[in-house]
Design a protein around this ligand. Structure first.
Ligand code: GTP
Length: 609
């Protein structure tokens, strides 16, 4: 394919607006996949993705499309998108896949209209100066109102309404017009076959048998099987073992040319060797790396420990295998008096952490204790001794247990985010009071049509990372949407809070809180802990403390009756069954002092209802 008949594009959308359905339809029309009776989504692969209805890993496909007697190669570059805020979690990956494109299809649901992630995605594409094709999907719905959505698009994005394409991805209505628009409105890639070989890595996967499979966009020249290439970031060289196109299955080829998108296998053993955003070139013809390469930045940290120290090696290998495929997770060894040896892992957001944990348990059968998630705080040290120890004045703290005391610190800093909330205006006052309780500062508020408002708030990341989205959804009956982006650090009055069970500190539940919020946060945690810990044979005191000062307390009353009492004299098998059930229950319990705590309590107690 000559470069002027190649188009590289992506589909971006708010969750559930129909990205996967449209992708499947495009694949069908161009014959890349057979028409299936069911609306099966080919581009979504992982099991947890299916379960949670989210796309975690991007998939890519090259389509061949005939238009006015010419054949075009349309490279659909899929972007990982999340169904929760912190889609920004992945925006670095998204922005890299977007930088391999010259255009995007911006899908908007004809009934729901513009949502928070529509806005976030639009700006990513807009800042990358891509052609943006607005597509209004689900026009078959009874409540579809494409006129209203077109007006929103015109108002919020300043795109003339005439440019919108109305489709039903589900029924296939007008989908052909989308392909035509890709040909006509997306510019050809700027890539010349005569330049030295240069490629952008926009996704990478680890395969047990073949090593790292990198998805690349060739920005210049050509690469052949057997060539020696170098990855600019690490400067390591590799021999190209296999190359090919993705249609969407792998089709091996001998070469890849400027303008093409495909996969490459080159003996890399770890996805960290083919990081998203990295540049590849031929060993004999070095080129300048593409600008803007930066490794993913973890924003949520948690400790992970084996339930039983004898599972340490098993958990280590499970974590190693999972991180082979996800270079955005950071792993550090960690240990604690209470939990033994484990790790401190860094994630892009809470959903990322939950998916990781779920995969550990489901795919590797690991039983893991996860500590309360924390955001990366900073402290400016005032103690000369500590500054010398750390070799610097400003340190980052990702483990609340290691939070330095006020007496050795001149200032604490916390990470901030700029949140975007879209909702029907009837919920405005409820939303505003929720934001206020989360130390939110309103930056902006506009009507995007007669009934819908868009608000911008500056929040401490810590205040919204765990349960803000759930609360926002429930107070708006599901109508509000939310997204956020990084907004740097700000000074804050922070303190460390401990939770005690019968006087014994719970390592998993050490949290950093804002001084003004300490009392209510401590009270809420004690209340929820009381609800999540089953009654024991004795009374349990649940306390929140700052230093040695107790600021909140709840009491879990002792059992009245023995569970086995009702079986006395009765059926022995029934008794055995009951004991076995209890033993099974115990496996999921963690003993703190003399108290048994269900292991899922540690994350649940952070979620406010
Ligand atoms: P993620 O993969 O999680 O990002 O979601 P998505 O944006 O890809 O949405 P998806 O394609 O999974 O569609 C979401 C839901 O909308 C599914 O139940 C689809 O069947 C439905 N849907 C998609 N397109 C249409 C349409 O044109 N009409 C109607 N009525 N439903 C549609």
């Amino acid at each position: 394919f000559p470069v002027d008949r190649i188009r590289n594009f992506s589909i971006i959308a708010h969750i559930d607006h129909g990205k996967s359905t449209l992708a499947d339809r495009l694949l069908e029309i161009t014959g890349a996949i057979a028409k299936t009776a069911k609306n099966k989504q080919v581009l979504d692969k992982l099991q947890v993705e299916r379960e949670r209805g989210i796309t975690v890993k991007a998939q890519t496909a090259s389509l061949i499309y005939s238009h006015e007697g010419q054949q075009y190669l349309l490279n659909l570059i899929d972007t990982p998108v999340r169904d929760q805020p912190g889609h920004v979690d992945f925006s670095y990956e998204v922005s890299r896949s977007i930088s391999a494109c010259q255009g995007v299809l911006l899908i908007v649901d004809a009934n729901q209209g513009i949502q928070a992630q529509t806005v976030a995605n639009f700006y990513l594409a807009f800042e990358a100066q891509l052609a943006i094709i607005p597509v209004i999907n689900k026009i078959d719905l009874k409540n579809a109102d494409p006129d209203r959505v077109e007006a929103q698009i015109e108002k919020v994005f300043d795109i003339p309404r005439e440019e919108c394409i109305r489709i039903s991805a589900k029924l296939g209505t007008n989908v052909e017009a989308v392909l035509q628009a890709v040909v006509n409105r997306v510019p050809r890639p700027v890539a010349s076959i005569d330049d030295p070989f240069k490629a952008l890595v926009f996704d990478s996967n680890f395969d047990h048998y073949r090593g790292v499979v990198a998805n690349i966009a060739v920005l210049g020249g050509r690469v052949r099987k057997g060539d020696r290439i170098v990855s600019a970031h690490l400067g390591k060289s590799y021999e190209v073992n296999e190359l090919g196109l993705l249609r969407p299955d792998e089709h091996p080829t001998q070469k890849l040319f400027a303008g093409q998108v495909g996969y490459m296998i080159a003996g890399m053993k770890d996805v960290k060797e083919a990081q998203i955003g990295d540049t590849l070139y031929l060993q004999d013809h070095p080129v300048e790396a593409l600008p803007g390469f930066k490794p993913a930045k973890a924003m949520v940290f948690a400790g992970m420990y084996p339930m039983d120290q004898s599972d340490y090696a098993g958990l280590r290998s499970a974590i190693e295998r999972l991180t082979l495929n996800d270079s955005s997770v950071t792993v550090q060894r960690d240990s604690s008096m209470a939990l033994g040896a484990g790790w401190r892992l860094g994630f892009l957001g809470l959903l990322h952490m939950e998916v990781f944990n779920q995969r550990l348990e489901q795919e590797y059968n690991a039983s893991v204790i996860v500590t309360a998630p924390t955001v990366p705080y900073k402290a400016v040290l005032s103690s000369a001794k500590l500054i010398k120890e750390h070799g610097r004045e400003e340190i980052t703290i990702v483990n609340p247990a290691q939070f330095p005391d006020r007496s050795v610190v001149s200032e604490y800093l916390e990470p901030m985010v700029l949140g975007t909330i879209l909702a029907p205006d009837s919920y405005t006052s409820k939303i505003m009071s929720l934001c206020l309780t989360r130390r939110g500062i309103q930056k902006n508020m506009v009507y995007i049509d007669e009934q819908r408002v868009m608000m911008k708030y500056l929040f401490p990341l810590n205040e919204i990372v765990v349960d803000f989205y759930d609360l926002l959804k429930s107070l708006s009956s599901g109508y509000a949407s939310f997204d956020y982006e990084n907004a740097g650090y700000q000074a804050a009055d922070l303190i460390k809070m401990n939770i005690l069970l019968n006087g014994q500190p719970v390592e998993e539940l050490i949290t950093i809180v804002h001084r003004g919020r300490a009392y209510s946060a401590g009270k809420a945690m004690c209340e929820r802990l009381k609800d999540s810990i089953p009654r024991q044979m004795f009374e349990v005191a649940v306390q929140a403390a700052i230093g040695s000062k107790v600021i909140a307390r709840e009491t879990i009353k002792a059992f009245r009756k023995n569970v086995l009492a009702k079986c006395y004299g009765g059926d022995i098998t029934r008794k055995m069954k009951l004991l076995k059930k209890q033993a099974e229950g115990k496996k999921k319990m963690r003993r703190i002092g003399n108290v048994e705590v269900p292991k899922d309590a540690f994350i649940n107690v952070l979620k406010r209802k």
